[in-house]
Design a protein around this ligand. Structure first.
Ligand SMILES: C[S@@+](CC[C@H](N)C(=O)[O-])C[C@H]1O[C@@H](n2cnc3c(N)ncnc32)[C@H](O)[C@@H]1O
Length: 191
């Protein structure tokens, strides 16, 4: 029988990873500057940096990629200060006093400026017929094993109409990936 873990899911407004861990019995909390989309009582609205020393067993972070993603490279010159701050934020998350840490980001300058990711996953390896290279930097955690490899390699997110909420539609963690994280990184307490 596994033990219930204290899990922090930082930079998550959707609640998807937090909920996947709660569904199998863990004491999981999401944190974001924004309120949670599911109005959960297990969401802390505020700066995740203030929660890092609170005795977590596992932390999963989805830091903003706006100034880091290689897809925005044409703006890097004008955004050097913002990029340096974004990298410092990632470094703080990576060096948090937590025994197991995962950082998730698209293909980004984290690879060249901090270190290469341990793994690159795709939604189509976890039940969603879409492509979106997602890098994982792992500390004390095994690589995520694909759970359900499906056909269909559509880059659907790129076709979404522009609008103020487009970034939100694009950045919600895929449910199949959230479930795989919980199943593989959080041994279910009731198993
Ligand atoms: C790319 S989104 C990640 C979304 C996530 N995959 C989800 O499903 O909710 C990055 C998030 O980081 C949040 N954020 C930025 N700085 C933060 C901070 N210091 N503390 C907590 N959240 C922060 C933003 O508000 C944004 O929602």
């Amino acid at each position: 029988m596994g033990q219930a873990m204290r899990v922090l899911v930082g930079c998550e407004y959707s609640g998807r990873v937090r909920q996947a861990f709660r569904d199998i019995g863990h004491d999981a909390w999401s944190c974001d500057l924004l309120p949670s989309e599911d109005d959960s009582e297990f969401h802390i609205q505020g700066d995740v940096i203030r929660l890092l020393d609170k005795d977590w067993d596992l932390a999963i972070f989805h830091p903003p990629c706006t100034h880091l993603a290689v897809s925005g490279a044409r703006w890097f010159k004008e955004k050097q200060v913002e990029q340096a701050q974004a990298l410092d934020f990632v470094r703080m998350l990576m060096t948090a006093p937590v025994p197991r840490i995962a950082i998730e980001n698209p293909v980004s300058v984290i690879s060249s400026r901090i270190r290469k990711p341990d793994q690159v996953i795709q939604p189509w390896q976890f039940g969603h017929g879409e492509t979106k290279a997602t890098c994982l930097w792992l500390i004390g955690l095994p690589k995520l094993e694909p759970t359900n490899i499906v056909d269909g390699r559509e880059a659907r997110v790129h076709k979404m109409p522009p609008g103020p909420d487009r970034w939100k539609e694009r950045s919600r963690t895929y449910l199949g990936i959230a479930e795989a994280m919980a199943a593989q990184w959080g041994q279910a307490p009731n198993n």
